[in-house]
Write a protein that binds this ligand. Structure first.
Ligand code: IPE
Ligand code: IPE
Ligand code: MG
Length: 269
C-alpha cells in the first residue's frame, strides 16, 4: 500500500550531488510516469507507409524510453499499449499488434532482465491469446525479484474496465462478509486495482498531439501532471522524456492544499 506523506518541495534546496537530470534532484523526480504511446499510424501515413510500420517503429521508441527511465532511477513506468477500445480496429491491425507484442517480449525480455527491470502487465489479460498470456506470466516470474524500474505494460486495458473489475472484487468481499460497504475506503479501492503495487501517477505523457486520456489510468491520474507533445510516438526521444521530467520538476503541485505542500508517496503496510 502506498501512503501519502507531505514534504516541502526540494526544487531549490537540494545539493548538486543529488541532481539526476539537469536541474532536477532525486526528490522531485516523478515516481510514476505513464505514457500514452500514440501517433504511430499518423507517423507512418506521413511517410507513405502502412500504419503497421508505425507500430514497429513505436516499439523501438519504447525500448529507448524504458532504458532512459531505468537509468534515471524512476520508480515506475506504465505504458498504454492496447486499449479495451482498440478491438474496434480492423482485424489485420489488431492481429499485427498482438504479434508485435509477442515478438517484443521474446526479443527484449532477456535484456530488460539483465538491466534489472521488473516487468508487469495491467488490463483484462484473460481475453488475450493464451500463448501471449503464458509469455506474460513467464516474464513477470522471471523479473519479479528485480529492483530497478517497475515497467508496466497496459494491454487490453481500460480505466473504466479496471474500476469495474475492482468494484466486482470489493462486492465479492462484501458478499462473503469480509467487508462492510460503509467501511470501504480509497485504500480498499486502490488495493483492488491492477496498479495496487504502484504509487499514483505523477506525470502523464501523451505524444501524438491529442489532448485526452482515452480511458487510461482514470483513478491513478487524479493529481497527475499532464505533458503533451505534437511529436508522434515513433519520433519520441530520450531528450523529450528528459524534457518532460524537467518540466514536471518545475511545476507546483498543491493537491488541493497551498503553496509548497508537495505530496509524496511511500510504501508501507
Ligand atoms: C498508438 O498509435 C498505438 C495503439 C493505439 C495501439 P495509433 O495506432 O493510435 O496511431 P494514430 O493515433 O492512429 O496515429
Ligand atoms: C490510446 O490511443 C490507446 C493507446 C495508445 C494504446 P488511441 O489512438 O486508441 O486513442 P483515441 O482513439 O485517439 O482516443
Ligand atoms: Mg491513436
Amino acid at each position: 500500500m502506498w501512503k501519502k506523506i507531505f514534504a516541502a518541495s526540494s526544487l531549490t534546496d537540494s545539493s548538486d550531488g543529488n541532481k539526476v537530470e539537469g536541474n532536477v534532484s532525486r526528490d522531485n523526480l516523478p515516481q510514476h510516469v505513464a505514457i500514452i504511446m500514440d501517433g504511430n499510424g499518423r507517423w507512418a501515413q506521413k511517410q507513405g507507409l502502412l500504419r503497421t510500420a508505425g507500430h514497429t517503429a513505436g516499439v523501438k521508441s519504447l525500448k529507448r524510453i524504458v532504458r532512459t527511465a531505468n537509468d534515471m532511477g524512476i520508480v515506475a513506468l506504465t505504458v498504454y499499449a492496447f486499449s479495451t477500445e482498440n478491438w474496434k480496429r480492423p482485424p489485420a491491425e489488431v492481429n499485427f499488434l498482438m504479434k508485435l507484442f509477442a515478438e517484443y517480449l521474446a526479443k527484449e525480455l532477456r535484456e530488460m532482465h539483465e538491466e534489472n527491470v521488473r516487468l508487469n502487465f495491467i488490463g483484462r489479460l484473460s481475453e488475450l491469446n493464451p500463448a501471449l498470456q503464458k509469455q506474460m506470466q513467464d516474464a513477470v516470474r522471471l523479473t519479479e525479484n528485480n529492483t530497478g524500474l517497475k515497467f508496466n505494460i497496459a494491454a487490453n486495458y481500460g480505466g473504466r474496465d479496471e474500476l469495474v473489475r475492482a468494484f466486482q472484487k470489493l462486492a465479492a468481499e462484501v458478499q462473503t462478509g469480509n467487508l462492510a460497504p460503509d467501511t470501504i475506503t480509497e485504500e480498499d479501492v486502490d488495493a483492488a486495482l491492477d496498479t495496487s503495487e504502484l504509487p499514483p501517477v505523477d506525470l502523464l505523457i501523451r505524444p501524438g498531439g491529442d489532448l485526452r486520456l482515452s480511458n487510461f489510468l482514470l483513478w491513478q491520474t487524479a493529481y497527475a501532471e499532464f505533458w503533451f507533445t505534437e511529436t508522434n510516438w515513433p519520433d519520441f526521444t530520450p531528450e523529450l522524456f528528459r524534457q518532460a521530467v524537467t518540466d514536471f520538476a518545475k511545476r507546483q503541485r498543491r493537491f488541493g492544499g497551498l503553496k509548497n505542500a508537495c505530496g509524496k508517496y511511500e510504501q508501507g503496510e
